[in-house]
Design a protein around this ligand. Structure first.
Ligand SMILES: NCCCNCCCCCS
Ligand SMILES: [Zn+2]
Length: 666
């Protein structure tokens, strides 16, 4: 299994800067790269990465996206006088040239290509290139927004041409709309471009009508361009996650890319003068994690924006730590998305509805949107270029991101004799069994002197304690009686006063009574509608075709289990596979991989001892290897979707991150 995270950085790219006064460009400084790299060094992350050298993009590489006349024009800039450079710069917007910027722009694009080469040839699993000038605003024949060559667009074309990649997903989490990328691929169904961006109803730079949610791509590319406008500033972690759960991830899994490229701009983080958002740097640990089970883990991030040197450095470190496989930090105190974010999610989902089967049941455009569409056209004439006022975002403070320590044992296993311990795992037995355990579990144990049941259960409870004290990251346990073991875990977690999220895949009802204290939440996948109500912390997800229904499970995992799980914020995730369920191995692995974003990756997988064939694949994902791709997903069954929507309607007043539509409050 491929491992290794590439870091691509060269200090040569710090050797250009603004040589004259221009308030619009003064934030794009060389220190952006130096503080990022220094933070990686300070946190010991450089040594953990595979350092890959930059290279200059060739003319042929650059001409994959840009015109010859543009390239020829830029080629002249190294020999220009200061006056010539200023005059040359005038023809473009919000960008500056410098005698060395052409060289650096070739290195920035070449760095992205080096990253693609190393990931596609399997030298590394994933990686990030720290580059400047950024790229996502530059267009075929124009520099723009600090960008000279469109690094990520060139990388996407290069991946298709040189490595035969058929489907590329570009995730642009930068706070600006990468219009250059949109223009490059808007009629290309092999490249799915997703961007969120500060928009404020077209009042924010670059003030383009085509950045709005209804610009979905053209001709064959219709549906392969996704714009999520932020119409207010101050968006928080929960708003970003809401868009991943309810827009990006369902579509990304349906698209099933061979490669994921990230326009990794960190001006979407708190403190940035451009974005003026409130999402904290640790959010990028989660955004990165949520992409890492796509494309067999082939994720290439390329730096775009990020202008607050403190949040930029922290965000870069958070991203690298996740690429390296470190446990994600706890997603604390997530309330629901704000009204404006909810409206954007609602509008995007309805605009994309005709193109994606995972959205075919999405709500139609809210009525207020239909009426205001005309009003906005009227405002167009009134729109005036807002005067550049100094943003005093330098004073904004936020807590340091939490330490993310990898436990010395990543995956512990409790297996019956005769079942080999998978490579990389550590067999676990309880060295100090609790003599009173039989007593404590008598309500669960049918036969309290069943010694090997007792020894398995004592290993199980001891394993949970090792996870809670962060000595072990996650675990895999095979037992004879899965239901009994599950109840033992529930009882033990509650006795430790730990919150447990249980995701149980089965094919019929399971004998469990959840306490109503909210200590435990259970999501139960099955093929039968469970008649009796088992309290608000028991959530039955009914799939007509049962757990063999890949798209049904994925629809529920992405749109219900993830938002619920992130908002519940458990200390432990218990993944239970009942003997008779017919879940496919790769879906099971996706479930394990995706849910590791919760509880600092303290995931406990519980299966029946005859599931020997599933030990290695389950352990592989617990060890941090990407779950296998599921292939392009078909649409889920309509009645399953309707059942899921009824469930969402019922739960979303308690779990507001489940919302996907804005109440028609206008
Ligand atoms: N307040 C300065 C206006 C800057 N406008 C261009 C921003 C380009 C960002 C590239 S990520
Ligand atoms: Zn930006």
């Amino acid at each position: 299994m491929q491992t290794g995270t590439a870091l691509i950085y060269d200090e040569e790219m710090t050797k250009y800067k603004l040589l004259w006064v221009d308030p619009a460009c003064k934030i794009e400084v060389p220190e952006r790269l130096t503080v990022s790299h220094e933070a990686l060094v300070k946190n010991g992350l450089v040594d953990r990465c595979v350092s890959v050298p930059v290279r200059e993009a060739t003319d042929a590489d650059i001409l994959l996206v840009h015109s010859e006349e543009y390239l020829e024009a830029v080629k002249k800039t190294p020999f220009m006088t200061l006056e010539d450079l200023m005059e040359f710069t005038q023809q473009y917007g919000d960008v500056y040239f410098h005698p060395n910027i052409y060289h650096c722009a070739k290195l920035a694009a070449g760095a992205a290509l080096q990253l693609v080469d190393n990931v596609m040839t399997g030298k590394v699993r994933n990686g990030m290139a720290l580059v400047r000038p950024p790229g996502h605003h530059s267009m075929r024949s124009a520099a723009n927004g600090f960008c000279v060559f469109n690094n990520v667009s060139i990388a996407a074309q290069y991946a298709k041409q040189k490595h035969g990649v058929e489907r590329v997903l570009i995730v642009d989490w930068d706070v600006h709309h990468g219009q250059g990328v949109q223009y490059c691929f808007e009629d290309d169904p092999s490249v799915l471009y997703f961007s969120w961006h500060r928009y404020e109803h077209q009042k924010f730079w670059p003030q383009l009508r085509e950045s709005d949610y209804d610009c979905v791509g053209k001709a064959k590319g219709a549906g392969f361009n996704i714009n999520v406008p932020w119409n207010k500033v101050g968006m928080q972690n929960t708003d970003y996650l809401s868009v991943f759960f309810h827009v990006l991830l369902p579509v990304a899994y349906e698209f099933c890319p061979d490669l994921v490229l990230v326009c990794a701009g960190f001006d979407a983080a708190i403190g940035d003068p451009e974005g003026e958002m409130c999402a904290t740097p640790d959010i990028f640990a989660h955004l990165t994690h949520l992409l890492m089970n796509l494309a067999d883990g082939k994720v290439c991030a390329v730096l775009e924006g990020g202008y607050n040197l403190t949040s930029l450095a922290q965000s870069v470190c958070q991203t690298f730590q996740t690429l390296l496989g470190d446990p994600t930090p706890l997603p604390v105190n997530l309330d629901g998305p704000c009204q404006s974010a909810l409206e954007s999610v609602h509008c995007v989902r309805s605009a994309q509805k005709p193109y994606w089967s995972c959205l075919k049941h999405a709500a139609d455009l809210p009525t207020f949107e239909l009426s205001t569409k005309r009003i906005k056209v009227v405002e167009e004439e009134e729109r005036t270029e807002k005067v550049e006022e100094e943003k005093n975002t330098e004073e904004i403070v936020w807590p340091d991101p939490p330490k993310r320590v990898s436990p010395c044992v990543r995956t512990a296993v409790v297996l019956p004799d005769g079942v080999d311990c998978p490579d990389g795992c550590k067999r676990f037995t309880d060295l100090h069994p609790d003599p009173l355990l039989g007593k404590k579990l008598e309500n669960i144990l049918k036969d309290s002197n069943d010694s090997d049941a007792l020894s398995t259960l004592s290993s199980l409870t001891a394993l949970i304690e090792k996870m809670e004290t962060n000595k072990i990251c996650n675990g895999l346990v095979l037992v004879r009686d899965v239901s009994m073991a599950m109840m033992c875990v529930v009882q033990h977690a509650a006795s430790l006063n730990k919150r447990a999220l249980i995701v149980c895949v089965a094919n019929e009802a399971i004998p469990i009574d959840l306490t109503d204290d909210g200590k435990t939440i259970m999501v139960h996948f099955s093929s039968k509608e469970s008649e009796e109500q088992k309290g608000k912390y028991y959530i039955p997800v009914c799939l007509k075709k049962g757990c063999s229904d890949t798209s049904g499970i994925m629809q529920a995992v992405l749109g219900l289990v993830l938002p619920l799980g992130y908002q519940y914020n458990p200390d432990l995730v218990l993944l239970v596979r009942m003997p008779d369920c017919r879940i496919s191995e790769s879906v099971w692995q996706q479930l394990i991989g995706i849910l590791q974003g919760l509880a600092q990756e303290h995931t406990l997988v519980l299966m029946q001892e005859n599931e020997k064939a599933s030990v290695t694949p389950s352990a592989s994902t617990l060890l941090g290897n990407p779950a296998p791709r599921l292939g392009p997903l078909q649409g889920p069954q309509s009645d399953d979707v309707e059942a899921l929507e009824r469930l969402r309607q019922k739960l979303q007043s308690d779990w507001t991150l489940l919302q996907t539509t804005a109440p028609d409050s206008r």
